[in-house]
Design a protein around this ligand. Structure first.
Ligand SMILES: Cc1cc2nc3c(=O)[nH]c(=O)nc-3n(C[C@H](O)[C@H](O)[C@H](O)COP(=O)(O)O)c2cc1C
Length: 177
């Protein structure tokens, strides 16, 4: 099997957020896809270990901030390589509460969706959370950040908890230590 074929799949980059006991948390995810249109349903794949997983279960919903192409690597690092178990990722971040009370990250965001959790599917290491869009807004017409741009232009990596994690990236991480 040539696993490189999987690298030809296309994605965007998003911040998926939720909350527990009024505390917000969010994480970077590329595994986000609209799966139905009437009503609009969107699925996200979230690693069991992530705090965001626990918060989506608690909130029974989540929000998705669609990132702009010029999103700084530092911002992606904060949400994609750090856990809310160790830091408060929302400190100093521009965000607001949606109609269901869930946090919506606004920094570097071209548009957002707010969703009620309607179903979930266990997919081994991850859970596929399926949400129904209850609110959404376009904030700008700036180009969106694609996974390809993140890798090829920004030279970004993905941690082990990303469903699209590539073995080769273990070596990159070790070299950078
Ligand atoms: C480019 C990139 C893509 C990622 N995609 C996903 C994803 O689709 N699903 C996932 O569970 N984690 C993904 N991650 C990893 C999480 O963002 C990361 O594990 C995060 O630290 C979890 O934070 P939390 O513990 O505060 O929820 C990705 C990270 C990066 C940098």
């Amino acid at each position: 099997m040539d696993r490189k074929a999987l690298h030809k799949l296309s994605y965007g980059l998003y911040i998926v957020s939720a909350q527990k006991e009024k505390r917000p948390n969010g994480q970077i995810a590329n595994a986000v896809i609209q799966v139905a249109s009437d009503p609009p349903l969107v699925a996200v794949s979230i690693n069991h270990q992530n705090l965001t997983h626990e918060f989506i279960e608690a909130a029974q919903g989540f929000t998705i901030s669609i990132l702009a192409q010029e999103t700084p690597m530092e911002f992606i690092g904060r949400f994609g390589f750090r856990s809310g178990r160790d830091i408060d990722k929302f400190e100093g971040i521009n965000y607001r509460s949606g109609s269901t009370g869930l946090p919506i990250v606004l920094d570097h965001t071209v548009g957002w969706l707010e969703l009620n959790l309607i179903d979930k599917l266990d997919v081994r290491t991850h859970t596929l959370f399926i949400g129904q869009v209850v609110d959404a807004e376009v904030l700008s017409d700036d180009p969106t950040l694609t996974y390809e741009h993140y890798h090829k232009v920004k030279k970004g990596r993905a941690p082990k908890t990303a469903p699209t994690y590539r073995e080769i990236e273990i070596r990159h991480q070790k070299l950078e230590v």
